[in-house]
Design a protein around this ligand. Structure first.
Ligand SMILES: *Cc1c(COP(=O)(O)O)cnc(C)c1O
Length: 378
């Protein structure tokens, strides 16, 4: 590789370079404030209100992480031992871990081979008398089929939790991601579409009871009025004032950053339309029900493509190398004789390309060129 070769890492090291001064100012403002309040203060309340207005939800509860948000929702719904929760077999650990950590059992179902989101008919087939909730997740750039999930939840009288951790800002049939379930969640970890400089998450809900309970559970079961009265066994999942202040500053720019992600994704998809004969498939085109967190190709010779891109200075990433029920931690919950062939296939074929808003047009073109130069098969 020559020295002039561009280096385009998958995880950009300069995500917040443009906002360095804002970060320092935020730390100074919160750090030197008279009230010396570093968690769950007025900035957190203002951030929750801003997200509430932004999403149109009745309530938003900021908490420690997206994973914690899932657990707060599960607990607020009183889901625990003896209950089953239907989750995707393909996805990240929090989907299964949140369920196990509240004492319930995750039931894994297969995904669509192209969009990689859970298949409604698989979800329906997994519902039993013990099912307390279904928990579809949006994946990479595609929202799960939430209208059908709502219909399934109603018909089978189970709760609907929407893992919208990767889809903040996505819109399906005029309704934002996070608004389709009885509760949805957001994650503010660095790489997410509204990622930030540390950990954070939120519960989004129209159900006042879920909001009330999540708010208590995030701070050891206290009600916010009577200190040291613990109504519930909760968690420490409080929200940081520095994070709240910084995210308040960044929220107005979110729409523009999402639009830039969508624009890059559109360009990639157009360029990759002809790569089918080389075993490379782009995600579905379009903007409806989409949110461009990660741009994931499916490639028959995935590892070769990854090496090819690396030789051109283009970083890529495999989300996820193994289905959840194949993980040592979750294998005990996999039902004997059950298989997830599409999840297995996705794990073998998926490859994500750089997709961050500050990529220049020239960089985007270079990445697309590198993919299009991938040689044909043997
Ligand atoms: C990132 C993510 C989470 C968890 O968010 P954290 O803030 O990292 O805890 C949950 N579900 C999905 C699908 C995610 O991608």
């Amino acid at each position: 590789m020559t020295a002039s070769m561009p280096r385009l890492p998958f995880f950009p090291p300069d995500l917040f370079d443009g906002e360095r001064d804002v970060v320092l100012e935020t730390v100074r403002r919160v750090g030197l404030a008279d009230d010396q309040r570093f968690i769950l203060g007025e900035r957190t309340a203002a951030f929750e209100e801003a997200l509430r207005v932004n999403t149109g939800a009745a309530d938003v509860v900021a908490c420690g992480s997206g994973t914690a948000a899932l657990m707060l929702v599960l607990r607020a719904m009183d889901i625990g031992p003896g209950d089953e929760v239907v989750v995707p077999a393909f996805g990240c650990a929090p989907l299964a871990a949140s369920v196990v950590n509240v004492g319930a059992v995750p039931v894994f179902v297969d995904v669509h081979p192209w969009t990689m989101v859970v298949e409604p008919y698989e979800v329906e087939a997994a519902i039993t008398a013990r099912t307390a909730a279904i928990m579809p997740a949006h994946m990479f750039s595609v929202m799960a089929d939430m209208p059908t999930m709502r219909e399934l939840a109603r018909r089978h009288d189970v709760r609907l939790i929407e893992d919208s951790a990767v889809a903040q800002g996505g819109v399906l049939r005029g309704l934002q991601a996070g608004r389709w379930g009885e509760a949805g969640v957001f994650s503010f970890v660095q790489v997410k579409t509204f990622g930030s400089i540390g950990e954070g998450g939120a519960v989004v809900t129209d159900d006042p009871e879920i909001g009330r309970l999540a708010r208590m559970l995030r701070n050891h079961g206290q009600d916010g009025k009577n200190r040291f009265v613990h109504h519930l066994v909760g968690y420490n999942s409080r929200f940081d004032e520095i994070m709240a202040d910084f995210q308040l500053h960044r929220l107005p720019g979110l729409a523009a950053r999402l639009a830039r992600r969508a624009e890059i994704a559109d360009y990639y998809t157009e360029r990759f339309a002809a790569l089918g004969d080389r075993g490379v498939q782009a995600p579905p085109p379009g903007r409806e029900g989409r949110c461009f967190y990660v741009y994931s190709l499916l490639a028959d010779r995935r590892d070769e493509l990854k090496r090819h891109l690396a030789s051109r200075g283009v970083g890529s990433h495999v989300y996820y190398p193994a289905p959840l029920p194949a993980q040592p931690a979750f294998a005990p919950y996999a039902r004997p004789g059950q298989y997830w062939p599409h999840a297995e296939l996705a794990c073998a074929r998926t490859l994500a390309l750089p997709l961050y808003p500050h990529l220049t047009d020239a960089q985007v073109e270079h990445i697309a060129d590198a993919v299009c130069d991938f040689p044909g098969g043997p």
